[in-house]
Every structure is written in structure tokens, then in C-alpha cells.
Ligand binder design. Structure first.
Ligand code: TTP
Ligand code: MG
Ligand code: MG
Length: 411
């Protein structure tokens, strides 16, 4: 069992200014610019936060809600960098095992140093806090836990000047009542998704993960959107285990998405088979995009008239959710699986090796792939509103059969 500290300086930029200019203490202070400047607040002190000012709020909006004695400062990054170095140097006196993760924040693995403090993490943490106040004039908050995620959350729950220790074995109790977005990695993209499943607290996510775990039972595998929720909840639930190694990342979900089609009459028509292959690749990609996933493996399956079935898979150089990439690979595979003129009964496309897309790089439109992604998302929107036939790629016009078989996903 290891012991981690996460230390974060309270309203860092503003605290440096208050340490250097004690007359600012007790007043609302905003760093980022003057009250009439364009731009945003980079750090409001806790007095300013009491009025509702938050990081990234426009300075002019902050000026409207704060009283006239509020102080607005442009700030000095050089100065804050110096203070950051001073604090990190103090922490290195306590432990060599330090990982600075931002200008005002560091993880420390103190497992090997705790015996100097009678194995009492609170004594060690109090000594750190005391030295930082004495030498830098800054208050900090510290979270202590047996894994980094709990330490990070613990540091945030009693700010400012907080010290929260999550004793090993109490992680579940500590996390369960907190809003699910407290877990690092649960952000603006994933939160609405969890809310649609009624998951609001970490405890809700834990219960969902337990309800949907499928250890080799006979229940059918989860559908993609449920699988994504399960994967997220399983990650959230794993944060309650007193070990960093036990945390299951949620962006490497083992599953696949596949679409098959049986032709009304066996066919050897290359154009029709190609069109169907594109159509199936497109259906897989729509699901990938819906679930915010990309795939890096493509498999093609072909069933001949005598029911023999063959399949072949290939890896993509870059994982993708665009049908151009999936189709290009699928077409090459198809050519390897059957010879021209051979009658085919069924063709299928499967995408696997899936990973989650976080953020909105899809909308940047910088590279060709991103432009295609943006275009596909527009088409997805139109087709879901007006029907698939309302707008479609020319290549799929010959596809009249829609008897899709299978829709399998497996954990
Ligand atoms: P944080 O530690 O996120 O915030 P904070 O120290 O201001 O407040 P808290 O008490 O909640 O820890 O960020 C550290 C500094 O980094 C912050 O003082 C200003 C700067 N910063 C930005 O410039 N832009 C940002 O979006 C954020 C979040 C921080
Ligand atoms: Mg901070
Ligand atoms: Mg910070």
C-alpha cells in the first residue's frame, strides 16, 4: 500500500499578490487584467469567488458583480514561476518522489518517508503547510490517499487551507456522495451522457458498474452506448480501490461494432458488393461517431453460396471513425477474400480495437481527416432528422437491400 499526497496552492496567482501586498488581504482580488480590459480572470481570490467570480469569467463581467473596492491586476507570470519553484523546492526537502503536474500542484509518493513522521501523514502534511506559509506566505491544500485520484479529489474538497486524509479502505465512503464530475476525466462531454442514465454521483456510477458487470454469464453483451457508460462507470468505481494500479482506464474499451448484409439473391456484381461494403462501413462509422469512438482494426467477412464463411482483418495506420478509411481497408480485404465472379451470399464489416475520442478535435477541420469527420457529422445529423435516403453518398445508391444481420458488440 502506498501513500500519495496531492498539494495544490490556494488561488495561486492571487495568493502571491496578497503575500507581497498584505493590504490586499480581505478584499476581492482578480488576476488577469484591469476591470475594463478585454480578457478573462485567470485567478479570483476566495473573497471574489464569494461574489460568484470564477476562473475564465470575462473581466468586465467580474467587475460588474464585484464591489468597488475589488482589485484587478494584470499579474506577472515570471513572479508566479519563481514562487512555484520556491514551493516545489520546499516539497523536495520532504520527499524526492515528486511529480509536478501544474504550476501550483504536485503529487508526492511519501510511502518511503512517512516513518520520519511516526507514520502519521497528518504530521507530515501540517509540517509542509507550515513551512510554505512561513517561507512563501502562501496557503495550500493537501489531499492524502492510497491512490492519486483520491488524493487529488481530497485536496479539492476543503479548500482553502484544507487537509483531507482518505484512510485506506474508506475510499468508497469518501467518493460515493460526491458529484460524478469530481472524478478527473469526467468532463463536459461525458457528464450529459452520464446524466441521461441517471448517474449523478460517484455512488450512482459505482452501482451502475456493479449492475452491468458481465462476468462470463449468459446475458447478452451490452450495446455500444451502454458499453460506453459501463466502461466509464467501471473506471469511476475503480478509483475507490486503494491502489493506483487498480484504476481501469476507460478509453481502451474492448469491443467491436459490426454490420452484415445478406443479399436478396446471391450476387457476383462487383459494383453492388462494393456499394454494400461502403454502406456497411458507413453504418459502423455512424455508431463509432455516435459513441465518440475510433477504430484501428477492420475485419471483412464474406459468406459464399455454400455457406462457407471467410474473414480477414487489417490494422489502420491511424485509428479512425471515417468511412473513407474503413472502406479503403475493407475493399482491400474483400479483394483478398474472393475472386471476381464468385457468388456471394453475405458480406460484413467489423471495426474493433476501439478507443474513446475526448475533446472536440473533430470540429477543427484542420487536416483532411478532420474535414471529413466534420462533414460526416453534418450528414449524420441530416440523416437522423430526415432519413438515410434524404442525402447519401453516390456509391451507396445501388444499395437497395437493407436486411442487416447482426449488430454484435462484445465486451
Ligand atoms: P488552479 O490550481 O486550478 O486554481 P487556483 O490555484 O487559482 O485556485 P484553487 O484554490 O482552486 O486551487 O490553478 C493555478 C493557477 O493557474 C491559477 O492561480 C491561475 C492559473 N490558471 C490559469 O491561468 N488559467 C486557468 O484556466 C486555470 C484553471 C488556472
Ligand atoms: Mg491552485
Ligand atoms: Mg492547481
Amino acid at each position: 500500500m502506498r501513500t500519495f499526497f496531492l498539494l495544490d496552492i490556494d488561488c495561486f496567482f492571487a495568493s502571491v499578490e496578497m503575500a507581497l501586498h498584505p493590504e490586499l488581504r480581505g478584499k476581492p482580488v482578480c488576476i488577469g487584467g484591469l476591470r475594463t480590459d478585454r480578457g478573462i480572470v485567470s485567478c479570483p481570490n476566495y473573497e471574489a469567488r464569494r461574489y460568484g467570480v470564477r476562473t475564465a469569467m470575462p473581466l468586465r463581467s467580474a467587475a460588474r458583480i464585484l464591489p468597488s473596492d475589488a482589485v484587478f491586476l494584470r499579474g506577472s507570470h515570471r513572479l508566479y514561476g519563481e514562487y512555484s519553484e520556491k514551493v516545489m523546492a520546499i516539497l523536495r526537502d520532504f520527499t524526492p518522489d515528486l511529480e509536478q503536474v501544474s504550476v501550483d500542484e504536485a503529487y508526492m509518493d511519501v510511502t518511503g518517508c512517512l516513518h520520519f513522521w511516526g507514520h502519521d501523514p497528518s504530521r507530515m502534511a501540517e509540517a509542509m503547510k507550515e513551512r510554505i506559509v512561513r517561507e512563501c506566505g502562501l496557503s495550500v491544500s493537501i489531499g492524502v490517499a492510497a491512490n492519486r485520484v483520491c488524493a487529488k479529489i481530497a485536496a479539492g474538497v476543503k479548500k482553502p487551507d484544507g487537509l483531507v486524509i482518505v484512510r485506506p479502505g474508506t475510499e468508497r465512503e469518501f467518493l460515493a456522495p460526491l458529484p460524478v464530475e469530481t472524478i478527473p476525466g469526467v468532463g463536459s462531454k461525458t457528464l450529459p451522457h452520464l446524466h441521461t442514465y441517471g448517474i449523478r454521483t460517484v455512488g450512482d456510477a459505482m452501482a451502475y458498474a456493479e449492475r452491468n458487470a458481465r462476468p462470463d454469464d449468459r446475458r447478452p453483451p451490452l450495446r455500444p452506448e451502454r458499453l460506453r457508460t459501463f466502461s466509464l462507470c467501471r473506471f469511476i468505481a475503480s478509483c475507490a480501490v486503494p491502489s493506483d494500479e487498480a484504476i481501469i482506464p476507460h478509453d481502451h474499451v474492448e469491443k467491436s461494432i459490426s454490420r452484415d448484409m445478406t443479399f436478396g439473391a446471391d450476387t457476383a456484381d462487383r459494383e453492388r458488393i462494393g456499394a454494400t461494403l461502403y454502406y456497411l462501413a458507413e453504418r459502423c462509422c455512424k455508431t463509432l461517431r455516435e459513441d465518440e469512438l475510433t477504430a484501428s482494426t477492420v475485419t471483412v467477412r464474406v459468406r459464399f453460396v455454400d455457406f462457407t464463411t471467410v474473414q480477414k482483418q487489417a490494422s489502420l495506420p491511424l485509428s479512425s471513425s471515417n468511412e473513407e478509411d474503413i472502406f479503403a481497408a475493407a475493399r482491400r480485404l474483400l479483394a483478398q477474400l474472393c475472386v471476381p465472379g464468385q457468388l456471394i451470399r453475405l458480406v460484413g464489416v467489423k471495426v474493433s480495437n476501439l478507443s474513446a475520442v475526448e475533446g472536440s478535435q473533430m470540429d477543427l477541420g484542420v487536416t483532411a481527416a478532420e474535414k471529413f469527420s466534420a462533414l460526416h457529422r453534418r450528414l449524420d445529423g441530416l440523416q437522423s432528422r430526415y432519413g438515410y435516403g434524404s442525402i447519401r453518398w453516390g456509391i451507396t445508391c445501388g444499395v437497395t437491400e437493407r436486411r442487416e444481420e447482426g449488430n454484435d458488440t462484445s465486451v
